[in-house]
Design a protein around this ligand. Sequence first.
Ligand code: SPD
Length: 283
Amino acid sequence: MDWYREVYRDRSSYGLRVRERLFDGRSDLQRVEVIDTLAWGRVLVIDGIFMTSERDEHYYHELLVHPALVSAPSVARVLIIGGGDGGTAREVLRHPDVDRCLLVEIDPLVVETSRRFLPTIGTAWDDRRLEVRIGDGVAHVHETDERYDVVILDGTDPVGPGEGLFDERFYRGVARVLAPGGVLAAQTESPILTEELFFDIQATLRRVFRRVHPCFGPVPLYSAGLWSYTLAGAEVDPARIDTKRLAAIEPSCKHYSAEIHRAAFAMPAAVRRRLPVPDLPTR
Ligand code: SPD
């Protein structure tokens, strides 16, 4: 058995013992692999970086999705940008209040590969409320006339095709497509291993949105340990919990719960010192 070694942003490396290399392909945009590992089961790897695994994916997908879907004023229309493995869509579609979920994924190979090799992650592909569109999510937010109650950014790290999901012009596009009271939920990297990147993303979001609230949780697959997600919008309030929506999903979650929701928004002391005011009245 060999090892797969992820080198993350040229500053850390995490290795997984490989049981079997199941798929190795290349699209116009990136290299896509699936490996079967002793520690985490099947793992999706993009350009050498671990994206998600069968055994720990719930930490990431539940905390990316549910804080937004439980606290947003409305969740009828949801847009996911990225998310080609299907885990985020699965969590979104657990909410009975969601009428329509559009997933815009730039790389068809990610969707095809995930559907074929990661069926336990993408369990909602056939949900009639889901539309999967292969295309550029950045272009979509600049061009669409649709409005969304929740927009979820589930891309890669800000390197390669995922880079465009972290800049100010793109966030302004997201603000444009949010319905009144709408909420953005984004994966925002590690506040520890990539500390300056995390603070740069927070600063960029604060230039665009009046309220910006990061939350934190573990993702064992990412060598960074603690991972962050951020809710942003004009009126975002993570303390507002819709008890009916919470009750609909909490029993089937593995990580997310009302307690985790509250705890996740507690800021590590050093982060709080650098983000002293949770709501900046920029607009
Ligand atoms: N360092 C890896 C960050 C990857 C974030 N996106 C993962 C996609 C899972 N749906």
